[in-house]
Design a protein around this ligand. Structure first.
Ligand SMILES: CC(C)(COP(=O)(O)OP(=O)(O)OC[C@H]1O[C@@H](n2cnc3c(N)ncnc32)[C@H](O)[C@@H]1OP(=O)(O)O)[C@@H](O)C(=O)NCCC(=O)NCCS
Length: 328
């Protein structure tokens, strides 16, 4: 098999129609719109209905990405769903998406890498394309975090939202060329820094509700410190790795965790803030879905121009991180 290049040939996103504003949250917890906007940049978030599963959001984003790539579902050879809020522990959310979109020729599996999951997924897809074994791989980031938020906990409830974004990675020479990537992880810090313990092997299923293990818990200060360091670092690393400089970069599409984290990165990198895409005001933190949703939003706002050099950068629980360099 010959070595080839890989391209993001189509993207799509889906946000549930229900919207929860900061004003709505003021009625639910001891918080204010002013506090949330000042500390995070978030004004509102999309929330899935009781009936909407992560795979439902993922399916809608996937169909749009496949249409955008101008291929049929049957041409997809692999489906990778990055999520921390899967439909179930078993089977995978990806197999549900495979059924829903009719991708009968695709293998399917989930990736658990928190907010870095979409970049991890793109990097895996990239391998199957560049080594010539596949022509089209679908990568999805999808989350229904609202189902795992303790709505009485103001430390976490103001931060998260639901949504899905998808990308088709192809070898068809159409779309954004993947230049390269950088991935990393550090499992040493306490899991408690950012955790959704749930019904994993560590916790007895019968104690989950009583011990509130069904909710996201977070040490905001530690995660903030980690994030403000890792974001500029992974952007610089991937740029240097492929022989470029900060001046070569037209746009950074970072994971949307907190506006202040993105602003701190811009300052550290000496980049104008306009070069870092921000949509956290209306999307909040959608974890693995945040980067592909931001890609679609940025395109809609005409912020992506042909040949632009773009950095995608994700970081999150684990701890995990990943950055990718693409040429639009
Ligand atoms: C969560 C986060 C926004 C908190 O911001 P912060 O500036 O660190 O705020 P602090 O935790 O120091 O709290 C400051 C004060 O606001 C209060 N506060 C916390 N949450 C609040 C809320 N939702 N509304 C109003 N007040 C709140 C605190 O109780 C504290 O009050 P005190 O000074 O009287 O003790 C911030 O730490 C953060 O963004 N962390 C990273 C989160 C993240 O990105 N997670 C996902 C990573 S992928």
């Amino acid at each position: 098999m010959e070595n080839t290049n890989s391209y993001i040939s189509g993207i799509g996103s889906y946000l549930p129609s229900q919207i929860l504003t900061n004003k709505d949250l003021e009625k639910m917890v001891d918080t204010t719109d002013e506090w949330i906007v000042t500390r995070t940049g978030i004004k509102k978030r999309h929330i899935s209905t009781k009936e909407e599963a992560t795979s439902d959001l993922a399916t809608k984003a996937s169909l749009l990405a496949i249409e955008d790539a101008k291929i049929s579902s049957e041409e997809i050879e692999m489906i990778i769903v990055a999520t921390s809020t899967p439909d179930m522990m078993l089977p995978s959310t990806a197999t549900r998406v495979q059924k829903n979109i009719g991708a009968k020729n695709a293998s399917a599996f989930d990736i658990s890498a928190a907010c870095s999951g979409f970049i991890y997924g793109l990097s895996v897809a990239h391998q199957f394309i560049i080594n010539g074994t596949m022509k089209n791989v679908l990568v999805v980031g999808a989350e229904t975090l609202s189902k795992y938020v303790d709505w009485s906990d103001r430390n976490t409830s103001v931060l998260f939202g639901d949504g899905a974004g998808a990308a088709v990675v192809s070898r068809n020479n159409i779309g954004s060329k993947i230049i390269g990537f950088h991935l990393g992880a550090n499992g040493n810090p306490p899991r408690e820094w950012l955790m959704l313990a749930g019904s994993g092997s560590v916790n007895k299923a019968e104690n989950i509700l009583e011990e509130k293990k069904n909710f996201i818990t977070m040490n905001g200060k530690e995660i903030f410190k980690f994030s403000v360091n890792i974001l500029p670092s992974i952007i610089t690393t991937v740029i240097k790795k492929y022989g470029l400089t900060i001046e070569d970069i037209d746009l950074v599409i970072p994971h949307q965790a907190n506006r202040r984290i993105i602003e701190a990165a811009a300052e550290r990198l000496n980049m104008p803030i306009q070069k870092l895409y921000i949509n956290i005001d209306r999307r909040a933190n959608t974890s693995a879905a945040s980067i592909p949703i931001a890609m679609v939003d940025a395109r809609r706002e005409n912020m992506l121009n042909k040949e632009d050099i773009i950095v995608l950068a994700g970081f999150g629980a684990g701890l995990t991180w990943g950055s990718m360099l693409i040429q639009y």
